[in-house]
Write a protein that binds this ligand. Structure first.
Ligand SMILES: C[S@@+](CC[C@H](N)C(=O)[O-])C[C@H]1O[C@@H](n2cnc3c(N)ncnc32)[C@H](O)[C@@H]1O
Length: 221
C-alpha cells in the first residue's frame, strides 16, 4: 500500500481534491491518505457491508474532510458528483463487465480534468500459472488448506508479510480474475473513452499465489 500511495503522491496533487476509492475494502487507503493530505471529499465504496462497517470502525481523525463509506456495487453506483481522483486497487479485474463498461463508468465519476488510477493484474505467464493453481485450490475446501497457504506466504513471500495479511487476503485467493490487461489494449480502449494513459508502474506479487499487477494512470482529455 505504501508503494502505491507513493506513486500517486509523486504524480498527482491531492490536497483539497476529491477522492473516490472503488472497492475500498476496510478503508485502508482512504484513512492512510487522509492522514497525510487534506482531501475536500474522500468517499469509499464497497459491495461488502462487512468491509464498510470495518472501514467506518477503522476511522481516525479526518478533520474537516468529508469522509464517507458507502455499501454500493460499483457497476450500479449512481451519483451526480464527480471526483478529481477515482482510484481502485485490485478490484476491477474481478468484475463481470467489459473493459469498455468499466472505463465508461470510471469516466462518469471523474471531473473533466480528473485522473483515474487503477491496478489490474498483468497478462503474464506467471499470472496464468497462479490462476491455474488458484482454480485447482478452489476445488478443495478452504479450511484444511489455510495453514499450508499461510506457511507458503510466510516462507516464500515478501519479507515482513504477516500471518494476518495473508489470512485476510485468503478470500480473494479463490477468486480468479477473468483476464489480465496489457498496456496496448488499455491504451486503445482508453482512447475510445477520451482518456490518455499517462504512466504505468509495476506492483510485484507479495507472495507466491498473489498476482502481480500494473497500476495505470489515466487522465481525462
Ligand atoms: C482484493 S479487495 C481490495 C480491497 C482494497 N482496494 C485494498 O486494496 O485493500 C477487493 C474489494 O473489492 C470489493 N468489490 C468487489 N466487487 C465490487 C463491486 N462490484 N463494487 C464495489 N466493490 C466491490 C470487495 O468487497 C473487496 O473489498
Amino acid at each position: 500500500m505504501a508503494r502505491v500511495i507513493g506513486l500517486i503522491e509523486a504524480r498527482l496533487p491531492l490536497s483539497g481534491r476529491s477522492f473516490l476509492d472503488i472497492g475500498c475494502g476496510k478503508g485502508d487507503y482512504i484513512w492512510a491518505m487522509a492522514q497525510k493530505h487534506r482531501f475536500g471529499r474522500a468517499w469509499g465504496l464497497d459491495v461488502s457491508a462487512e468491509n464498510i462497517r470495518q472501514a467506518e470502525a477503522n476511522g481516525r481523525a479526518g478533520g474537516d474532510q468529508e469522509i464517507r463509506f458507502l455499501c454500493q456495487d460499483f457497476l450500479a453506483f449512481e451519483t451526480p458528483l464527480k471526483f478529481d481522483l477515482v482510484f481502485s486497487e485490485s478490484v476491477l479485474h474481478y468484475l463481470p463487465a467489459s473493459l469498455e463498461t468499466i472505463l465508461g463508468r470510471l469516466c462518469d465519476l471523474t471531473t473533466p480534468d480528473g485522473w483515474i488510477v487503477f491496478s489490474w493484474c498483468r497478462n503474464s505467464p506467471a499470472n496464468w500459472l497462479r490462476c491455474a493453481v488458484r482454480r485447482l485450490l478452489a476445488l478443495f475446501q478452504l479450511g484444511p488448506l489455510e495453514e499450508t497457504i499461510i506457511w507458503l506466504g510466510l516462507t516464500f513471500g515478501r519479507r515482513g508479510l504477516s500471518r494476518e495479511k495473508i489470512a485476510s487476503s485468503m478470500v480473494y485467493l479463490f477468486q480468479t480474475p477473468r483476464r489480465g490487461l496489457g498496456r496496448a489494449a488499455l491504451e486503445r480502449a482508453a482512447e475510445r473513452q477520451g482518456l490518455k494513459l499517462m504512466a504505468v508502474d509495476y506492483i510485484p506479487s507479495y507472495s507466491p499465489l498473489a498476482l502481480d499487477h500494473n497500476i495505470f494512470f489515466l487522465k481525462r482529455i
